[in-house]
Design a protein around this ligand. Structure first.
Ligand SMILES: [Zn+2]
Ligand SMILES: [Zn+2]
Length: 363
């Protein structure tokens, strides 16, 4: 029997993407699904790997981890899906048996990163049994493949927002009415208007939180406004009265989505007493950060961080997309074929665009 070959992008070294045409198409074993990728998305992690390498993306090797597609073959024992099903999935699932999984800290599972799947920038991807069982879903027809591929980044953002407990003031103080949908008095300030900052904006808006965004690029601030940010600032904009008007005490939540040391260190300045800071954007390994201890101690700030997601976060992200409670389509900046995908990364490296769709064939 001849082995079918596929086109797949490989990161050979930082700055070098190979378009390989000789990668064998795997055959699904027990519990596995072979997916024909219909759309994959660029992600900040891919960009970091492209620019300077990444601990979690070995080189040389395939990359890309945000995708949706169609089942082309199901291994023995798969009951939930069959050939021809349109599906959306994430690239990891917890082992369910390590000490962290036993504590319910599934995102911190000792095996979750070791057993992840990369290679969504290709024609086919094989989903292993543990992902098929927990983190794979049928794609609703009304949702495009491009939108469905947002399941992974949105799951990360859901996890962070859940840790902040947004919406709790709403539950305590107001009832839902038809006109004031989910309105709360809660405020959030987001630093960074890349894909993760903007997904936070969409999710917090959907939860009725009033949101301000601080970013460097005017085009991203304009997009933030279009997506519902009540106030937008460049980093020097805080000196004016606008932020004081938006959140006189400081924001209830400050969310760092830039992955920059100076922004991590500045973030606690803008939260109100008793508020929470979410340090979402990862820094380089081992970078020390300095905070004012009196601000944290006397103003009782909560500093939180967020890594990856649990199956419950993925289910929530799936519902948000499937029920169209948030519209991720404005975050798509363009589409590239596998052969032209490097152009997408070059654009991202220049700060152009939010997320690009990579798909086989068409531009
Ligand atoms: Zn991602
Ligand atoms: Zn585990």
């Amino acid at each position: 029997m001849t082995i079918q070959k596929q086109k797949q992008l490989w990161l050979a070294a930082p700055g070098t993407i190979l378009v390989r045409e000789d990668v064998p198409v795997p055959r699904p074993g027990r519990g596995e699904l072979l997916i024909k990728v219909k759309a994959s998305l660029t992600c900040g992690t891919d960009l970091k790997a492209y620019l300077r390498g990444h601990d979690l993306i070995p080189m040389p090797g395939p990359f890309g981890h945000e995708f949706s597609g169609i089942v082309t073959a199901a291994g023995p024992g798969v009951r939930k899906f069959r050939e021809g099903d349109a599906v959306m999935a994430v690239h990891t699932a917890p082992c369910l048996s390590c000490p962290y999984c036993e504590k319910g800290l599934y995102n911190l599972c000792e095996k979750i990163m070791g057993a992840k799947v990369l290679g969504a920038f290709g024609q086919y991807i094989l989903l292993p049994e543990h992902i098929v069982a927990v983190n794979t879903f049928k794609k609703p027809e009304a949702l495009s493949f491009e939108e469905a591929a947002f399941l992974e980044p949105l799951s990360c953002v859901v996890h962070g927002v859940e840790r902040l407990g947004t919406g709790s003031q709403k539950k305590a103080s107001s009832k839902k009415t038809k006109n004031s949908k989910n309105k709360t008095d809660e405020t959030a300030l987001i630093f960074g208007a890349g894909p993760i900052g903007l997904l936070h904006l969409l999710l917090l808006k959907a939860r009725g939180v009033r949101v301000a965004v601080c970013a460097l690029e005017s085009s991203r601030l304009r997009l933030s406004k279009q997506l519902g940010a009540e106030a937008v600032f460049k980093p020097d904009g805080f000196k004016g009265p606008l932020f004081a008007r938006f959140a006189p005490l400081g924001a209830d939540y400050v969310i760092e989505c830039t992955g920059r040391k100076e922004v991590w260190e500045a973030a606690p300045q803008y939260v109100r007493r008793g508020g929470s800071v979410m340090l979402f954007g990862g820094l380089k390994k081992g970078v020390p950060v300095v905070f004012s201890s009196s601000r944290i101690h006397y103003d009782e700030l909560a500093l939180a961080a967020s890594f990856h997601f649990c199956p419950e976060d993925v289910r929530q992200a799936y519902r948000l997309l499937a029920e169209r409670r948030i519209d991720v389509s404005p975050l798509i900046s363009g589409t590239y074929s596998l052969s032209e995908a490097e152009s997408a990364f070059k654009k991202l490296a220049e700060g152009k665009g939010i997320k690009y769709v990579i798909k086989d064939g068409k531009r």
